[in-house]
Design a protein around this ligand. Structure first.
Ligand code: NDP
Length: 287
């Protein structure tokens, strides 16, 4: 039976650590860290994410500002709003909630955020720094995965790691981080031919696909470390909501073979918000 990598519990510990640091600042009459979250339009999932980010800020003493913008805002106006926050001394971190409405240019908007305030780590300057091994803002989900592994003393150096998914938010940066920690990394994607074989040889598997139970339990090597980033909603008539959240991995089967495994929910998800606060504190301390 695998050891559960409990992201819910660890994220609470990390939030307490952040709250202590924030209190040290405010006790010395210094400004607490400040996070601005920009949300464009009425995407219901985005609203839920923004509200949980605000709650996490409140719980740790981080100042938060929600900037809600109209669905039809022009690119110029959006950049103007970002520039206001770039100049606002109360704000150390700026997060642009994605996805944006189709008429807006996501890359240009992310590039408008000052790299020093880019707590999501999506600005090309910060992405570049990550790849050449410089200190930077590491995107929150991959940063959370590394914290989960390190604080549970999971050995990374010398291991074969297979990352499934190559998004800019998860797959690519977790690949870079695992490589930095001296794993031998393979990044798989939808055109990969021999995925089951690759996974069968992996000491560490990170799945970030977004397809329920896609990674089969019998692909998992005995003793492998399984990190399931996927969050998929599936019908569940027995739940009051009529659905439940599952990962990308066949959990029950994989758990029997893995040495460590992240549950969904309660694994990588809660770590992501804790890392957003951690990056906001980092931005404040860098000032
Ligand atoms: P994307 O949709 O951006 O990327 C999915 C990746 O999966 C792509 O690289 C795609 O390949 C790959 N893929 C799709 N089908 C296959 C296949 N059959 N075989 C191998 N690879 C495949 O997703 P994200 O990275 O943004 O998110 C992935 C999952 O993680 C989602 O469920 C999302 O909800 C969740 N997530 C969870 C977070 C958390 O906090 N826990 C944070 C962010 C995401 P290709 O590039 O070839 O299309």
């Amino acid at each position: 039976m695998a050891i559960i990598l409990d992201g819910k519990k660890l994220s609470e510990t990390i939030k307490q650590e952040i709250a202590v640091e924030v209190k040290k600042l405010t006790d010395s009459s210094l400004l607490s860290p400040g996070l601005a979250v920009i949300i464009v339009g009425n995407n219901p999932a985005s609203k839920v994410y923004v509200s949980s980010k605000k709650k996490a800020c409140a719980a740790t003493g981080v100042f938060s500002l929600e900037v809600a913008l109209d669905e039809n805002i022009s690119q110029e106006k959006l950049i103007e709003e970002i520039n206001k926050l770039n100049k606002d001394d109360r704000i150390n971190g700026i997060l642009l909630q994605l996805p944006l409405p189709k008429h807006l240019d996501e890359h240009a908007a992310l590039e408008a955020i000052k790299p020093e305030k880019d707590v999501d780590g999506f600005h090309p300057i910060n992405v570049g720094k990550l790849y050449i091994g410089l200190d930077t803002f590491v995107p929150c989900t991959p940063k959370g995965i590394m914290e989960l592994l390190k604080r549970n003393n999971v050995q990374i150096a010398g291991k074969n790691a297979v990352v499934i998914g190559r998004s800019n938010i998860v797959g690519k940066p977790i690949g870079a981080l695992l490589m930095k920690e001296n794993a031998t990394v393979t990044i798989a994607h939808s055109k990969t031919q021999n995925l089951p074989e690759l996974v069968k040889n992996a000491d560490i598997v990170v799945s970030a696909i977004g397809k329920p139970k896609f990674v089969k339990g019998d692909w998992i090597k005995d003793g492998a470390v399984v990190v399931d980033v996927g969050i998929n909603s599936v019908d569940d008539p027995s739940s009051p909501k009529g659905y439940k959240l599952v990962g990308d991995v066949e959990y029950e089967e994989a758990e029997k073979k893995a040495s460590y495994i992240t549950p969904v929910p309660g694994g990588v998800g809660p770590m992501t918000i804790a890392m957003l606060l951690s990056n906001t504190l980092k931005a404040r301390m860098n000032k």
